[in-house]
Write a protein that binds this ligand. Structure first.
Ligand code: NAD
Length: 287
C-alpha cells in the first residue's frame, strides 16, 4: 500500500481563500475587520519566524494585526498590564502570546490573564475545560488543524483506535480530547509510557507530537492507518523533520501528512479561524 498525502498546505490555501472572502463580508457588515494582537517577548529566533508568519497570514486574510515586541527583560507585571489593556480594547478580538516565554515569566499565569473570549490559541483553562466538557469554544489550533485534516480523508472516525504520542498542554492533551469528542477510543502515550510500539501497532489513527525525530518507526504503522505528524525538528542539515519515519510509514499508511507542509500550515489557518470566531462572538453574531 502507498499512502495518500494529507496535504496541509493545499487545505490551508483553500481555507484561507474562503476566510479572506468572509473577512471582507464581516468588515462590511460590522464596519471593521477582526483584530489579532500578537505579543512576542525576547528574541528567540524560531519564535520570531512564527510571529512573522502569523502576522503575514493575518495580512493576507485582511485581519488586522497589532504587534507588541517586548524586550527579553520585560517583567511579568508589565506583560500582565499589556494583556489587561488588550483585554479591554474593543478593536482586539484575539490575543496571542508567543511561547516559550523567558524563564522569569510564568506561562500559566500569563495564559490565565487572557480574556477566554480572546484566547485564540485556545490554551486558557476555560477553553480546555470547554473542550473536555464537549462544549468546545476556542479550540487549540494545532489539534483543531489535525481534526480538519482528518475530516479531509472522509473517513468515519467513530470507534477508531487513536494513539496520540505526546501529552503536552498545547498539542498532545487537547489532541486526545478532540479525538474523544470525535468518537475515537483514545490512548495518550508520553515519556513515561511503556511499549510505544505496541500502542502504535494497533492504532487506526496515529498523531505524533513528541518532538523526537524518527521516534515512530514506519514498520509499526498498521496497514491503512491515518498518520499525522505534528513533530517539527530542524536536523543538522537544516531540513525540517517529523517524529515519524516518513518513507517506511507511507508504505503502510492509508493517509499521511508530510513534514513540512502537513500539520504546520493548518496551525496558523486555525488561528485565523479562531480570530474570526472570536470577532463574531464579540459582534453578537452566533458562531
Ligand atoms: P513538549 O516537549 O511540550 O511535549 C512533548 C511530549 O512528548 C511530552 O508529553 C513527552 O512526555 C512526550 N514524549 C517525549 N519523549 C517521548 C517518547 N520517547 N515516547 C513518547 N512520548 C514522548 O512538545 P510540544 O510543544 O507538544 O511539541 C511537540 C512537537 O510538535 C515539537 O516537535 C514541536 O516543534 C511540534 N509542534 C508543531 C506544531 C505545528 O504547528 N506543526 C505546533 C506545536 C508543536
Amino acid at each position: 500500500m502507498t499512502a495518500k498525502t494529507l496535504d496541509g498546505k493545499a487545505v490551508s490555501t483553500r481555507m484561507r481563500k474562503g476566510m479572506r472572502e468572509e473577512v471582507a463580508q464581516l468588515a462590511q457588515a460590522h464596519g471593521r475587520a477582526p483584530g489579532l494582537a500578537v505579543i512576542l517577548v525576547g528574541e528567540n529566533p524560531a519564535s520570531q519566524v512564527y510571529v512573522r508568519n502569523k502576522k503575514k497570514a493575518c495580512s493576507d486574510a485582511s485581519i488586522v494585526s497589532f504587534s507588541h515586541e517586548l524586550d527579553e527583560s520585560t517583567s511579568q507585571q508589565h506583560l500582565l498590564g499589556l494583556i489587561a489593556e488588550l483585554n479591554a480594547n474593543p478593536l482586539v478580538d484575539g490575543i496571542l502570546v508567543q511561547l516559550p516565554l523567558p524563564e522569569h515569566i510564568d506561562p500559566e499565569t500569563v495564559i490565565e490573564a487572557i480574556d477566554p473570549g480572546k484566547d485564540v490559541d485556545g490554551f486558557h483553562p476555560y477553553n480546555i475545560g470547554r473542550l473536555a466538557a464537549r462544549i468546545p469554544a476556542l479550540r487549540p489550533c494545532t489539534p483543531f488543524g489535525c481534526m480538519k485534516l482528518l475530516e479531509e480523508t472522509g473517513v468515519d472516525l467513530y470507534g477508531m483506535e487513536a494513539v496520540v504520542v505526546g501529552a503536552s498542554n498545547i498539542v498532545g492533551r487537547p489532541m486526545g480530547l478532540e479525538l474523544l469528542l470525535a468518537g475515537c477510543t483514545v490512548t495518550t502515550v508520553h515519556r513515561f509510557s511503556r511499549n510505544l510500539e505496541a500502542h502504535v501497532r494497533r492504532a487506526d489513527i496515529v498523531v505524533a507530537a513528541a518532538g523526537k525525530p524518527g521516534l515512530v518507526r514506519g514498520e509499526w504503522i498498521k496497514p491503512g492507518a491515518i498518520v499525522l505528524d505534528v513533530g517539527i525538528t530542524r536536523g543538522e542539515d537544516g531540513k525540517l523533520v517529523g517524529d515519524i519515519e516518513f518513507e517506511e510509514a507511507a508504505k503502510n499508511a492509508g493517509w499521511i501528512t508530510p513534514v513540512p507542509g502537513g500539520v504546520g500550515p493548518m496551525t496558523i489557518t486555525m488561528l485565523l479561524y479562531n480570530t474570526m470566531a472570536a470577532f463574531r462572538t464579540h459582534m453578537g453574531e452566533v458562531s
